[in-house]
Design a protein around this ligand. Structure first.
Ligand SMILES: [Zn+2]
Length: 325
């Protein structure tokens, strides 16, 4: 009886899941700052807390705006076998071939990154410090999301293969357990990418190619563990939460042979490089004085209002569109 009540309790408690997890998104934007050249560091480093905190705004916005969700993923397997040559890489040709409605239905992450990159370039040109920070923090989010294999695959939470919860397992639980303690985030300097769209697609294709491994190895591991060893209760943010057990998490990470650490490192490199690329394409405006202005000016009312709106939506609304669980 006690056992069955406990079991019912276990099954009723949710696993948690957010894209790359808030924890990983914050780490990615944070570490990306240190890859920047001194001319950018002078502005970005004093704002590292902002860039870290607001790395998750796009995920919160998914609770406010219907159109936000598809910006975070692309179901590449919808477009036939790898490397999905039926899908044109440029937005206009893709729209001509597939229609905009259809593209939106299966996710627009690679193209949305180009929109944000363009916005960041314009913000640098305008020397608008508030807009630079907001756009850089959010661009970092979208670039990082595309490095997650399950953001490039229609079986995005294992829902087609009885593996519900794998999304948060891969991108939240594993990094939260290991990133701080064991992973190495010393990465070489940011790169300038002459063709950012092609870099975006190469990272998207890497993600799509890894999705099968992410799913297959978890299935294999599940068959090697007793069912009562897969989950455990642990305290999280002051609440007892059911999640994948530490033993299961460590075993999965070992099977993946460093994949999540590699994808996180690649995310950091790409985020910093896209920030650098936008700045370079804007003509490398000097940012030193911008940093000084930034400290003397409070945030605008419209920005503060926007944050209140997305925070309230995140706390009170159901998600609009795709959920991982
Ligand atoms: Zn996201």
């Amino acid at each position: 009886m006690v056992r069955s009540i406990l079991m019912a309790l276990v099954l009723s408690l949710p696993c948690y899941a957010q894209a790359w997890g808030f924890f990983a998104h914050q780490k990615i934007n944070y570490y990306a700052v240190f890859l920047l050249p001194p001319e950018m560091l002078v502005f970005f480093k004093p704002q590292i807390d902002y860039l870290t905190a607001h790395s998750v705004d796009p995920d919160k916005r998914r609770y406010l705006l219907e159109q936000e969700g598809p910006r975070h993923y692309i179901d590449l397997d919808h477009y036939g076998p790898f490397p999905y040559t039926s899908l044109p890489r440029h937005w206009k040709t893709a729209v001509a071939a597939c229609t905009e409605d259809s593209l939106v239905r299966y996710g627009i992450a690679p193209w949305w990154i180009q929109v944000m990159l363009e916005r960041l370039t314009k913000a640098f040109m305008a020397k608008d410090s508030e807009l630079i920070l907001k756009t850089a923090a959010e661009l970092g989010h979208y670039v990082a999301d595309l490095h997650v294999p399950l953001h490039a695959c229609s079986n995005h939470n294992g829902q087609l293969t009885g593996q519900q919860g794998i999304h948060g397992f891969w991108e939240s639980r594993v990094p939260e357990l290991l990133a701080e303690k064991e992973w190495d985030f010393l990465i070489g300097p940011a790169n300038y990418y002459k063709d950012p769209l092609s870099l975006t697609w190469s990272r998207a294709l890497q993600s799509a190619a890894a999705a099968d491994t992410v799913l297959r190895l978890e299935k294999k591991l599940r068959s090697q563990f007793e069912s009562d060893q897969v989950y455990a209760f642990e305290e999280r943010n002051g609440q007892l939460t059911r999640q994948f057990s530490a033993a299961y998490t460590l075993a999965y990470n070992k099977l993946l042979n460093g994949m999540i650490e590699r994808r996180m490192r690649a995310s950091i490199e790409a985020v910093a490089s896209f920030w650098l690329t936008a700045w370079a394409n804007a003509g490398q405006p000097p940012l030193g004085s911008l940093g000084r202005d930034r400290h003397s000016q409070p945030l605008s009312d419209s920005t503060l209002l926007l944050w209140q709106q997305i925070d309230a939506a995140y706390k009170n609304n159901p998600i609009k569109g795709r959920e991982h669980d």
